[in-house]
Design a protein around this ligand. Structure first.
Ligand code: OGA
Ligand code: MN
Length: 199
């Protein structure tokens, strides 16, 4: 973490976790072998003015081969310990080299307090900025093959974004951006938060 503010460090040290080398190169290849035949058929999307994401294609997957299921089970075990119910569908987001994710907070209607993401093919920098106090922010280096777990305050009180290649720097060092695939697991929406949303 590279942070601007002591409060941000306190908020995020417990709620934005990164596990480097969470998967091996072989596991990364196995995931790509299952993902790529579907992904290759889709086009990268651009230029939707209201889109949070630029230069991307995406899909969802429920059923995985045995090898990949084991890897996803490992993610589930660290990110969603029982009794947390994770969503059956895994979200797969493919950002092209020039793609990026603008600051946003995932809708409370669609997922619960935890978002867990594996980074394949490229490292990148994720920035979290406090939604109400923009001077509170922190950058995180998401290395290729790492897992991040963003939960609670990090998920609800901070926007998150993935920096584009021109801004992809961590602690002053350039983090080269290549095509990046994230494999994202989320949990069931929290009914109480959904009520907040409706009222
Ligand atoms: C998203 C998102 C982050 C990532 O799809 O909402 O923020 O790691 N993705 O790709
Ligand atoms: Mn998001």
């Amino acid at each position: 973490m590279c942070t601007s503010h002591e409060d941000a460090a306190n908020d995020l040290s417990e709620n934005m976790l990164i596990f480097e080398d969470f998967i091996t190169k072989q596991e990364e290849t196995a995931l790509m072998n299952e993902i790529e035949p579907y992904m290759r058929r889709l086009r990268y999307e651009h230029d939707h003015w209201d889109d949070a994401i630029h230069g991307y294609r995406e899909t969802e997957r429920r059923n995985w081969n045995e090898e990949n299921s084991k890897v996803l089970k490992r993610v589930q075990d660290v990110a969603f310990p029982p009794p947390t119910a994770k969503l059956a569908y895994v979200h797969i987001l493919d950002l092209q080299k020039t793609g990026y994710i603008k600051p946003h907070i995932d809708a409370v209607r669609f997922c619960g307090n935890t978002i867990a993401g594996l980074s394949l093919l490229s490292s990148s920098v994720m920035r979290l900025v406090h939604d109400k106090q923009k001077d509170k922010y922190a950058d995180f280096l998401l290395k290729r093959r790492s897992l991040y777990i963003m939960r609670d305050k990090a998920r609800y009180d901070y926007t998150h974004e993935v920096l584009d290649e021109d801004n992809s720097k961590f602690k002053g060092e350039i983090v080269p951006r290549e095509r990046r695939i994230s494999v994202i697991l989320r949990n069931e929406p929290d009914p109480e938060r959904e009520e907040d949303f409706k009222s």
